[in-house]
Design a protein around this ligand. Structure first.
Ligand SMILES: Nc1ncnc2c1ncn2[C@@H]1O[C@H](COP(=O)(O)OP(=O)(O)O)[C@@H](O)[C@H]1O
Ligand SMILES: [Mg+2]
Length: 467
């Protein structure tokens, strides 16, 4: 591994769908880190949000590594939502990795390897690199049509100039395609990365500003560059340690990033990468950007994982660890010991604990309002009041889930607004936990593995903070 490979994977378009937390756009804090009552999709839970704001500040300053935060509270009190809000507030450059405690128990890699990968996904490296670029104003793009349609690949010529010189470049099929994709035309000022062939449009040349009317107000006008066409330029890449690991550990490394099929990464590869990154840091070529690793449902980890976390947090390059759990006093997995939140005391001792509290009726109403907007569902006032009532009596999550289903019921009767009747209908179609439990108690002997009495089930589940 003489040359360490790095590559930008940030341009990947993320698929945006309406998920459980897609309405959360930040923590909803003002500049003094006070929580606004309703902001950025966040409602209430002000104390926890303020605390998360302090953590956000710590992360942004980038000086503190290896701290850990525990979000603890009943199910449906917004623990995951707050972590997502934190992620949204961080900006693109700070890595944020999310795993769920149960995810690391896979057959393909050991649990500590899975944790290690998660840690390294949460550590960014900002690498400065000098590259050669061709930068100038496009005078002419000329593409030769092949004599026979579809025969040999296209060729062409690109004429570019600066205020001092003018050069004609030969074009191959790949460059022609790239120019077409960027819709490059004469009068554009562009930069071409010589190594990758990537084309960046910098703007329109001022000499073409009389075309303004034709181009519209979004067009950015720039000076025609001076000096040589070929220049050395400093570019900054942001990658995570995990991305560097994967790209360097396999021949198909880059593809593995897309498929997620990364397998175990050998310790030697990581050591080499760490050494190289340390070298770059010393030479001033790279900086470490500690990000955030969020482990949801952390009580699913076992004692070995917890001791791994303990040690990993002491590493100089450790990210900020945020964990969440809804468990109270319960068994630590892999032991017979009980402990708070199912976590060993030596790890708990390192954590800053943020508590989330159950929502008031007003807050539930507000969250349901936001979710209706997010899912583009028009709901009558009466129906909303009913849904809020259901939210209070059952759970916030159950009420949120009824929005989509009620909208479908409304569609089916060709209604425009969701009315109380739709809510009542789906309420009777889909059970909440309470009614489902009742159901189980009545009909338990018709289910499989039902020899245990319902009482035992309850006791077993008594770990959860809910009663
Ligand atoms: N304060 C809040 N503001 C807006 N939406 C919230 C808030 N708290 C929770 N939600 C939403 O309610 C649902 C349940 O919350 P969630 O964060 O999954 O709870 P937890 O992780 O504590 O079990 C999610 O869809 C979440 O986005
Ligand atoms: Mg959660």
């Amino acid at each position: 591994m003489a040359e360490l490979k790095i590559s930008e994977t940030r341009d990947l378009t993320r698929i945006e769908r309406i998920g459980a937390h897609s309405h959360i756009r930040g923590l909803g804090l003002d500049s003094a880190l006070e929580a606004r009552a309703v902001s950025e999709g966040m409602v209430g839970q002000t104390r926890a949000r303020r605390a998360a704001g302090v953590i956000l500040q710590m992360i942004k300053e980038g000086k503190i590594a290896g701290r850990a935060v525990l979000l603890a509270g009943q199910p449906g009190t917004g623990k995951t939502a707050i972590a997502m809000g934190l992620a949204k507030s961080l900006g693109l450059e700070t890595p944020f990795a999310v795993i769920s405690g149960s995810e690391i128990f896979s057959l393909e890699m050991s649990k500590t390897e899975a944790l290690m990968q998660a840690f390294r996904k949460a550590i960014g490296v900002r690498i400065k690199e000098e590259t050669e670029v061709i930068e100038g104003e496009v005078l002419e793009v000329q593409i030769d049509r092949p004599a026979v349609a579809g025969a040999a690949s296209k060729t062409g010529k690109l004429t570019m100039k600066t205020t001092e010189m003018e050069t004609v470049y030969d074009l191959g099929a790949k460059m022609i395609e790239a120019l077409g994709k960027e819709k490059v035309q004469s009068g554009d000022v562009i930069a071409i990365d010589k190594a990758s062939g990537k084309i960046t449009k910098l703007g329109r040349s001022f000499s073409r500003s009389r075309d303004y009317d034709a181009m519209g107000p979004q067009t950015k006008f720039v000076q025609c560059p001076d000096g040589e066409l070929q220049k050395r330029k400093e570019v900054v890449h942001c990658v995570t340690l995990h991305e560097i690991d994967v790209i360097n550990s396999r021949t198909q490394g880059f593809l593995a990033l897309f498929t997620g099929d990364t397998g175990e990464i050998r310790a030697e590869v990581r050591e080499q990468i760490d050494t190289k990154v340390a070298e770059w840091r010393e030479e001033g070529k790279a900086e470490i950007v500690p990000g955030v690793l969020f482990i949801d449902e952390v009580h699913m980890l076992d004692i070995e994982c917890f001791s791994f976390l303990n040690r990993a947090l002491e590493n100089e390059m450790a990210p900020i660890l945020v964990v969440a759990t809804n468990r109270g006093f319960t068994k630590i997995r892999g032991t017979n010991e009980k402990s708070q939140h199912g976590m060993p005391i030596d790890l708990l001792d390192r954590l800053l604990i943020i508590n989330t509290e159950p929502y008031t009726k007003g807050e539930i109403r507000k969250i349901l309002d936001i979710r209706c907007q997010e899912e583009d569902v028009e709901m009558a006032e009466e129906a909303k009041a009913l849904l809020t009532h259901i939210g209070v009596e059952t759970s916030l999550r159950y009420a949120i889930n009824l929005i989509t289903t009620a909208a479908l019921a409304c569609q089916k009767r060709k209604g425009k607004n969701v009315e109380s009747e739709d809510i009542t209908r789906v309420y009777s179609l889909f059970l909440d936990v309470k009614r489902s439990t009742q159901n189980l108690m009545e009909y338990q002997n018709q289910y499989m593995f039902s020899s245990s009495s319902a009482k035992e089930v309850e006791e077993d589940d008594g770990n959860a903070m809910v009663s």
